[in-house]
Design a binder for this molecule. Structure first.
Ligand code: HEM
Length: 404
């Protein structure tokens, strides 16, 4: 089996399930060469991917969670004093996460539901009469950018513009025009700087104001801390949720009998269907850790300093954990999917993401039917985020709304 988890081409039609299956069976701790780097260990089995996330004292998030080490020439504002929370270890990580974690717990996320439902309905209003749309940008991408904008207290249209920047930031640099990624990062930081200054002057009741006025160890967060925090929120909550909704509808179109089951039994199936779409789509491909000490896994010695990469889509298709993992089963229960990761850095936005996914699919399934692909979908060219970036579809508006 030819293994290449670096080339975006391997993810050009979704997760490379054949490569994952081979690795799980033959090399659960696989050494992957890296032309421009040191190489890295690949973890594909569910237990390993899940457990490594729970051991921050052995597997660190510093210096980064990307396979490539930080490029000293890239416009990265992180330094020893300033890091993005995703690249921190405890106890610093715990302190930073605490600043905003309350807003992201299940209760406050549930309180957002009426507003998120209203935004989801508005998005479908804009396409429903046409019977066709470009589903990724006109539907799936709209809600996450609106929700992040509302949470951080910026105008909805700005949220949409920032979200376009995240797509550029997540695309493999080799397929972009030279300098495009640099410019996108600079624009994002520039915008965050303005928000910081506004919220410093006029605090409002939103996450951005909360971060601007937070203290860690008696030190007030500064402009750079804020820029990194803001970028993380925009970045983490945008195209992940979009890709889940678009990738989810694609899976449903490929499995029409499952789609009609769900459409007929909405109230009974909403929870299991959402978790199954998260498992099947797994929008985040990987997160890297770096070993802090020598350790052994499946007989392989992982040395201090080695990169260890956890593949979530692989873990979510591990037959050791899931029966018939390649089948879409919207009734699957239990379903301990780990699309949101595990352990100390488990997705902070998972409860909000679930509300977004539920509201979006509620509108889609209640108001649309007879979905067809108008053209083959085009996938993102990325080895980090898995998703469809362009998917024109046709559909029929449903005549009568079917009650839940
Ligand atoms: C379907 C949608 C989403 C998926 C699949 C997803 C997935 C992930 C994953 C895999 C991680 C890293 C976990 C680990 O290292 O084990 C993560 C972290 C994070 N996510 Fe999400 N995410 C989604 C939506 C969101 C949303 C909507 C937000 C914000 C509103 C968000 C905010 C974050 C933040 C702030 C972190 C960093 C947490 C930390 O470092 O402690 N995510 N997410």
């Amino acid at each position: 089996m030819h293994i290449d988890l670096l080339s975006p081409a391997s993810f050009a039609k979704g997760h490379p399930l054949d490569q994952y299956a081979w690795l799980q069976d033959n090399a659960p701790v696989y050494w992957h060469e890296e032309p421009k780097g040191t190489g890295f260990w690949v973890l594909t089995r569910y237990e390993d991917v899940a457990n490594v996330g729970r051991q921050p004292h052995t597997f660190s998030n510093e210096p980064t969670i990307s396979i490539a080490d930080p490029d000293p020439d890239s416009p990265n504002f992180a330094s020893d004093d300033h890091k993005m929370m995703l690249m921190m270890d405890p106890p610093q990580h715990t302190q930073f996460r605490r600043i905003i974690s309350r807003e992201f717990t299940r209760g406050p996320a549930a309180e957002l539901r009426p507003r998120i439902a209203e935004l989801a309905a508005r998005i479908i209003d804009t396409v429903i009469d046409r019977g066709e749309c470009e589903f990724v940008n006109e539907v799936a991408g709209e809600l996450p950018s609106y929700v992040i904008a509302e949470l951080t207290g910026i105008p909805l249209d700005d949220g949409r513009e920032l979200y376009k920047l995240t797509e550029i930031i997540h695309t493999a640099p080799e397929v972009l025009e030279e300098g495009a990624q640099f410019q996108a990062i600079m624009k994002m930081f520039g915008y965050a700087q303005e928000v910081y200054r506004n919220k410093l002057e006029k605090p409002t009741d939103d996450l951005a104001s909360q971060i601007v006025h937070a203290e860690v160890d008696g030190r007030r967060l500064d402009e750079i801390d804020f820029q990194l925090f803001f970028m993380l929120l925009i970045d983490a909550g945008g195209d992940t949720t979009r890709n889940l909704v678009a990738g989810g509808l694609h899976k449903l179109i490929e499995n029409p009998e499952q789609l009609s089951q769900w459409q007929m039994h909405r109230a009974d199936m909403d929870d299991t269907a959402r978790e199954e779409l998260l498992r099947a789509v797994s929008p985040v491909i990987y997160m890297r850790r770096t070993a802090l000490k020598d350790t052994e896994l499946h007989g392989q010695t992982i040395k201090a300093g080695d990169k260890v990469v956890r593949y979530f889509g692989a873990a979510n298709h591990d037959p050791r954990k899931f029966e018939q993992p390649q089948a879409l089963d919207l009734d699957r229960f239990p379903n301990e999917q780990i699309a949101f990761g595990t352990g100390t850095h488990v997705c902070l936005g998972q409860h909000i993401a679930r509300v977004e996914i539920d509201c979006m699919f509620h509108e889609i399934l209640a108001r649309m039917e007879n979905f067809q692909l108008a053209e083959p979908p085009q996938w993102l060219e990325s080895n980090f985020i898995s998703g469809i970036r362009h998917m024109p579809i046709t559909f029929t508006p449903r005549k009568a709304l079917i009650p839940d």
